[in-house]
Design a protein around this ligand. Structure first.
Ligand code: HPA
Ligand code: MG
Length: 217
């Protein structure tokens, strides 16, 4: 990966192991998930504010490069869409006009709340510069994805991840842009799913044990 020395080690919000999340009484969420979530772990507004700042960091680092954004589906679609909107907004208000293409790649490695061995990469035939992923835990998926992207010989590759999990034996290389560092627990919402449920939840939340059983496959 180009420029790996430029990672901003201190520029992430660190959520500590003992953070219980906010009480559900403090926010709104879809009624159909009543009983399915335990707490609001990261409210939607904070996700948006943090993403706006990541967009600014990315713009500052870009120089005059045009970019191809590679959105990692499905979990990355909200983060990627919001990040692209913020980058567009900053580009409109700056002297340099940024040409941006958006491409999509689909990855799947989770069943219930467990990582599976097999990783499927579908789509994304283009060269890529910025890859937007919602969550990085073991880093296994990211490593495989980067190897795939490198085969297209891009000039530069940068990875933006909204969440990075503190997992034992995790991450060789962290993403270049990180929104939040979180404990090793399973979270849903803001496009992150549990067996395809909860993508329609705006906040990032902790799911209840009852919901893990209710939506198990
Ligand atoms: N939630 C949803 N999907 C995931 C997670 C998570 O915590 N970790 C890896 N994929
Ligand atoms: Mg998933």
């Amino acid at each position: 990966m180009a420029d790996s020395g430029s990672v901003r080690e201190d520029s992430r919000i660190v959520i500590e192991d003992d953070w219980p999340g906010y009480s559900l009484d403090l926010f709104t969420y879809p009624e159909h998930y009543c009983g399915d979530i335990e707490s609001v772990y990261i409210p939607h507004g904070i996700i948006m504010d943090r993403t706006e700042r990541l967009a600014r960091n990315i713009m500052d680092d870009l120089g005059d490069h045009d970019i191809v954004v590679l959105c990692v589906l499905k979990g990355g679609y909200k983060f990627c869409a919001d990040l692209v909107e913020f980058i567009k907004g900053l580009s409109r208000n700056s002297s340099k006009s940024l040409l941006m293409r958006v491409d999509f790649i689909r990855l799947k490695s989770y069943l219930n709340d467990q990582s599976t061995e097999d990783l499927h990469i579908l789509g994304g035939e283009d060269l890529s510069v910025l890859s937007g992923k919602a969550i990085v835990d073991t880093g296994k998926t990211m490593k495989a994805l980067l190897e795939h992207v490198e085969t297209f010989r891009p000039k530069m590759v940068k990875v933006a991840g909204l969440l990075v999990k503190r997992v034992p034996n995790g991450l060789g290389t962290p993403p270049d842009y990180v929104g939040f560092e979180i404990p090793n627990r399973f979270v849903v919402g803001y496009a992150l799913d549990y067996n395809e449920y909860f993508r329609d939840l705006n906040h990032i939340c902790v799911i209840s044990e009852a919901a893990k059983i209710k939506y198990k496959v």
